[in-house]
Ligand binder design. Structure first.
Ligand code: ASP
Ligand code: MG
Length: 463
């Protein structure tokens, strides 16, 4: 089999875990062709973002020294545990030294200039992955697996120059294939590629957006016609709901691409929202596996089949949301809609859900709570018949997802009667024509209870 495996976050949080992951790769590399994609050690990308901001706005050189010392120490310590062989160790330590020196210079520059562009921010954020890939690769070498570390750019990921959220260009596929195929098929090496980052055609480092390592993995899988993508995490797979809310929640063995995307949109942190795009066309399954329980099958995200169809399969919850209500008389609806969404897009507001009353007198929009004031500001001064714009904070959005809902009568009825029986007031409802999900807004304090009620109503904990 040809498998692209991505490791990130807690799975690679320290030397012990990195070594554990390297041994996992070793086990599967015996009979398979493997490409590894790594993201940064847990918390590192956040700390880099924070450092960039601090250097620019607080301009403290003392801070840079201590930040760099901590970052270097964390990676040195990882090497100490993850890389046993002396020669390999000293080589990777000098790679880390060079990277850390470079980062210190960049941060110092930012601090002197007091200016942080999207381009320099991407450059700074790239260090998390650029530090980890050589360590992971060295760990593989030291357990006896031939390996080479590559950046996203080395591996052929060419993007546009939309820094912070760069999009891979179509020509990447062929370049990736030309660069990686010989390594895995002829040299029998395991390439370890930095997730999250690419490069423009001129060789400038870009990032694919937070959580973008998933996209790196699926992109490479599509380019290499891999059999599967494995995303290694600290959970057994995609769950029917958050087990912290419903202890009976269980792992879902199979889920379709469409369902996974719906769940991710409505708050379930399964994978990067754009990550399924490259693999869907080629029907390459994506498997979520547990690094610390590697023999479990996990969840397979794949093309829709009979076996993936259930009426309600999973329930997600967004707990921090708010509603904006736009009402008036004599709306020109199409005109108002386009103006509202143009303004929200420009203000980079994340819209979670939309509903419109059929009398055309009302438009309700659910947004991230963090964006609500920004959204109100963006919408102020709307005219064309709008008489009132109001907001409601402290909203939760619950979403029931399942491909089997389409064409099954009575699902919405069951959901809302169950909520009614339990005294939960529904503020807003939306269902798309795909009928893959029913989403509704309730007061924040009812969010968790609503999840429990529906989980129970559809017996999701029972299997
Ligand atoms: N390290 C990056 C982030 O934290 C990319 C990733 O985790 O996939 O966003
Ligand atoms: Mg990360």
């Amino acid at each position: 089999m040809r498998v692209v495996m991505k490791f990130g976050g807690v799975s690679v949080k320290d030397g012990k875990n990195i070594l554990h992951c390297a041994n996992l790769v070793k086990r599967f590399a015996k009979d398979n062709e493997i490409v590894v994609v790594v993201s940064a050690m847990s918390g590192v990308t956040d700390s880099l973002a924070n450092a960039a901001y601090k250097c620019c706005y607080e301009r403290s050189l003392g801070f840079i020294k201590s930040f760099i010392a901590d970052l270097a120490k964390r990676h040195y310590e990882a090497v100490e545990v993850a890389v046993k062989n002396k020669n390999i160790k000293s080589k990777v330590l000098s790679t880390i030294d060079n990277l850390v020196d470079e980062l210190e210079k960049v941060l110092t520059g930012i601090s002197y200039l007091g200016e942080l562009t999207k381009r320099s921010e991407d450059y700074i954020l790239s260090f998390g992955e650029r530090l980890l890939a050589p360590i992971f690769s060295a760990s593989l070498l030291s357990v006896g697996v031939d390996s080479v570390a590559l950046t996203g750019g080395d591996a052929g990921i060419i993007t546009d120059n939309n820094f912070g959220r760069a999009k891979p260009l179509p020509e990447s596929y062929e370049i990736i294939r030309n660069r990686l195929e010989p390594l895995i098929a002829i040299k029998k090496t395991v390439p370890v590629v930095t997730g999250f980052i690419g490069t423009t055609e001129d060789g400038v480092i870009t990032t694919l957006g937070r959580g973008g390592s998933d996209l790196t993995a699926t992109l490479i899988a599509a380019a290499l016609d891999a059999d599967e993508v494995w995303l290694w995490k600290e959970v057994d797979g995609v769950m029917t709901t958050d087990p912290k809310i419903v202890p009976e929640a269980r792992v879902i063995p199979e889920i379709s691409y469409q369902e996974a995307m719906e769940l991710s949109h409505f708050g379930a942190k399964i994978l990067h929202p754009r990550a399924l795009e490259p693999v869907m066309a080629k029907k390459i399954p994506v498997r979520i596996k547990n690094t610390f329980n590697p023999d479990a099958n996990g969840t397979v995200i794949k093309e829709e089949t009979k076996s993936t169809k259930e009426i309600v399969k999973a329930i997600s919850l967004v707990e921090r949301a708010g509603i904006i209500n736009i009402s008036g008389a004599g709306f020109d609806f199409a005109e108002i809609m386009s103006e509202v969404f143009r303004r929200l897009a420009k203000a980079k507001v994340n819209v979670i859900m939309v509903a419109q009353s059929s009398s055309e007198l009302n438009l309700s929009i659910v947004v991230d709570k963090a964006d609500i004031n920004k959204a109100m500001k963006a919408l102020s001064g709307l005219n064309n018949g709008v008489s009132k714009i109001s907001k409601k904070d402290d909203i939760a959005v619950v979403s029931a997802v399942g491909a089997g809902m389409a064409g099954t009568p009575g699902v919405a009825g069951r959901i809302f009667s169950a909520l009614g029986r339990n005294g939960i007031n529904v503020i807003m409802i939306s269902q798309s024509c795909s009928e893959y999900n029913v989403s509704f807004a309730v007061a924040k304090e009812n969010g968790r209870k609503a999840v429990k009620v529906i989980h129970e109503e559809f017996n999701l904990g029972a299997k």
